[in-house]
Design a protein around this ligand. Structure first.
Ligand code: NAP
Length: 241
């Protein structure tokens, strides 16, 4: 299994869920920009599940050496990589913040995804799971740089799914609403609409097993986003969302 964004609590909960369900992996490749924290998780799965893992450093804001990935093969890729950055106010006109959001959520991430997608294609099997966001379903004033990068990532995953369909590779797009993780720490989230990493992992695992194409975390977000997508633009532009 390949995990991109290994310090994500959702990624870690998903890895644990798959191991608890009895799935077997020759090795789990933990890609991370934060080796120290990932080492703790690697030790944890080794002790709890006797699962071999390898940590591979990947910082999308730096030059990527693809030679390091040459011998990495797998049947399952889980991408939890993402970066919220600053929303409007301070962040919007700060080009460094804008570039970082677009790079980590889309422009620097897609070449890495493509690198592994090509390997899946040549093996003619496997599943690629990408965590996008409900923020990509419609641009809102509170976080539209992040939202636009996620919209691009959602479109990428949709195209990849279409392209890989007859190559026997399945692509699952996950659209989380709110999740209680380090990304949203300190934000005032409605608890009824917020998934814990464990709940999110269970939702994602079910969608993976059912070979779904697109799944929301939590399912209520599918209803919320259907309403939001259907608000006429002349009303939507006046809303403070
Ligand atoms: N939390 C939410 O409410 C929410 C809502 C909608 C969508 N999402 C999406 O769900 C996914 C998981 O999010 P999360 O809540 O678990 O947030 P998170 O803990 O911040 O996870 C995102 C991961 O992205 C990786 N990452 C960040 N900067 C990177 C860089 N420069 N290079 C390479 N990797 C980098 C980090 O992993 P490493 O430290 O291992 O590199 C980080 O753990 C993300 O795609 C996020 O956008 C989250």
């Amino acid at each position: 299994m390949i995990v991109l964004g290994s310090t994500s609590e959702v990624a870690q909960a998903f890895v644990e869920k798959t191991l608890q369900e009895g799935e077997k992996f020759e090795k789990i490749y933990l890609f991370t920009s934060n080796k120290e924290t990932t080492e703790r998780f690697a030790r944890h799965i080794d002790v709890k599940f006797v699962q071999q893992s390898e940590i591979i450093e990947l910082d999308l804001t730096k030059e990527i050496d693809y030679n390091k990935f040459e011998n990495i093969n797998s049947n399952l890729l889980f991408c939890a990589t993402g970066y919220l950055g600053e929303g409007t106010e301070e962040g919007l006109y700060d080009n460094k913040n804008t570039e970082r959001i677009i790079d980590i959520n889309y422009s620097k991430l897609v070449p890495v995804m493509n690198y592994f997608a090509q390997k899946f294609e040549s093996r003619r099997s496997g599943t690629i799971i990408g965590l996008s966001s409900v923020a990509g379903d419609r641009g809102r004033q509170s976080n539209f740089i992040y939202g636009s990068a996620k919209a691009a990532f959602t479109a990428y995953l949709s195209g990849l799914r279409n392209y890989l369909f007859d190559k026997k590779v399945h692509v699952l797009t996950i659209k989380p609403g709110f999740m209680a993780t380090k990304m949203t720490e300190g934000l005032p989230l409605n608890p009824k609409l917020t998934a814990t990493p464990k709940q999110a992992a269970t939702c994602i695992y079910k969608a993976y097993k059912k070979q779904k194409n697109v799944a929301y975390v939590l399912p209520i977000w599918a209803v919320i986003m259907m309403i939001i997508r259907n608000i006429p633009e002349f009303i939507f532009k006046k809303l403070k969302l």
